[in-house]
Design a protein around this ligand. Structure first.
Ligand SMILES: NC(=O)c1ccc[n+]([C@@H]2O[C@H](COP(=O)([O-])OP(=O)(O)OC[C@H]3O[C@@H](n4cnc5c(N)ncnc54)[C@H](O)[C@@H]3O)[C@@H](O)[C@H]2O)c1
Ligand SMILES: [Zn+2]
Ligand SMILES: [Zn+2]
Length: 379
């Protein structure tokens, strides 16, 4: 029986307040309105950004309203479409996107950026274009995270925040292309434009950093130095292409000095994939002074990074990346194709699989450094 046009009752992990574990609730998901699509979420990764928003708000995350349904790294199937939607049909396999691509705004028209701002203020505030969320629980509006909310069996997204992917792609793998792997891979390939035979350093070897390592390797980098305070991450980093691994806590000197020595003057490309200002400064200072490029992928919305003028005066460049620089709607299906053609790895990133009712365990595994990605099965 079709559910189109009806409110759907389903399970979701609700964050009622910051700092408290998620609880599994019966929620109601309203039908999609104009230019919106309701999707059945099949699988979702658990990204550090979800965890940070719940547990580290005082450390670099801006206020977003609660209660909310987190989750933004997912894959699913279109259940129904709202008025005016032309690019999707029920049954399509899709990946929801926390970064839209409306194809119409000046940013979408520009090749210089992927920062489409369609519905931006609203999705950042946890609501859809009309100022309300489609998810409710116990007669209360539940806000949506980054316009997605994939820790719910069903969710509604704007049609510019969704991309259609091939029908044979395994959703429990390609969900990782909704955030972490695309971000790190693109940080190296698209934003950093890492060059063949170059020397690279990747700071932080979680999913984003490991994907950056994979991107550096795909670009043909000669040397890829993986840096993490958790040596348990090194084995996977080597599998994905790291040629050296360094633990900053093994050294008395600051890590940037260690990297400068290892490379006789600094790396060509440094990629920060942790999100802390001090690591960002170290990454910048570990690049070669004349041409080094530092790409910041780690997320931080409120803190300040310190840059000594001298460190950029001679020619270093500092850049940020959002979603790896990919034009989301257009590029994610191509990344799915790369995975299907064995050019891009995803299976290596999945260390755990859990059902929705164990989602707090996924957060524990991530924050304790014992997982790379846990994929949550919603059904
Ligand atoms: N720019 C974007 O669009 C975007 C997208 C997704 C995620 N992110 C951000 O990327 C960052 C990484 O996400 P993740 O899911 O890979 O997180 P993660 O927690 O899995 O990985 C972070 C890694 O950094 C390591 N680390 C901690 N302190 C360190 C230090 N001093 N030096 C070096 N390494 C250190 C940790 O041990 C861990 O392995 C987060 O800040 C996340 O919010 C940004
Ligand atoms: Zn993410
Ligand atoms: Zn746009």
């Amino acid at each position: 029986m079709s559910t189109a046009g009806q409110v759907i009752k389903c399970k979701a992990a609700v964050a009622w307040e910051p700092g408290k574990p998620l609880t599994i609730e019966d929620v109601e998901v309203a039908p999609p309105k104009a230019r919106e699509v309701r999707i059945k979420v099949v699988a979702t990764g658990v990204c550090r950004t979800d965890w940070e928003h719940l547990y580290e708000r005082e450390k670099g995350m801006r206020f977003r309203p609660f209660p909310l349904v987190l989750g933004h790294e997912a894959a699913g199937v279109v259940e129904s479409i709202g008025p005016g939607v032309t690019a999707f049909s029920p049954g399509d396999q899709v990946i929801p996107l926390f970064l839209p691509q409306c194809q119409e705004c000046d940013r979408c028209q520009s090749l210089k950026t992927n920062h489409c701002r369609k519905n931006w203020a609203n999705t950042q505030a946890g609501v859809m274009a009309d100022g309300t969320s489609r998810i409710s629980c116990q007669d209360q509006q539940v806000f949506q995270f980054l316009g997605v909310s994939s820790f719910s069996q069903y969710t509604v997204v704007p049609d510019s925040s969704l991309t259609k992917i091939r029908s044979d792609a395994p959703l429990d793998k390609v969900c990782l292309l909704g955030c972490g792997v695309s971000t790190g891979y693109g940080a190296a390939l698209k934003t950093g434009k890492v060059e063949k035979d170059s020397t690279c350093a990747v700071f932080g070897l979680g999913a984003v950093g490991l994907a950056a390592v994979m991107g550096c390797k795909a670009a043909g980098a000669r040397r890829i130095i993986g840096i993490d305070i958790n040596p348990a991450k090194f084995e996977k980093a080597v599998t994905l292409g790291a040629t050296d691994c360094v633990n900053p806590t093994d050294h008395k000197k600051p890590i940037q000095e260690v990297v400068l020595e290892m490379t006789q003057g600094g790396v060509d490309f440094a990629l920060e994939c942790h999100g802390s200002p001090s690591v960002m400064t170290a990454a910048l200072e570990s690049t070669a002074d004349a041409w080094g490029l530092c790409v910041i992928a780690g997320w931080n919305e409120t803190e300040t990074m310190s840059v000594k003028v001298e460190k950029i005066l001679m020619g270093r460049t500092l850049k940020g990346t959002y979603f790896g620089g990919w034009k989301s709607v257009q590029d994610v299906p191509n990344l799915v194709d790369e995975y299907m053609a064995n050019k891009l790895q995803l299976d290596e990133f999945i260390t755990h699989k859990l059902p929705l009712n164990q989602i707090n365990k996924a957060f524990d595994l991530l924050s304790s450094g014992n997982s790379i990605r846990t994929v949550i099965s919603l059904w």
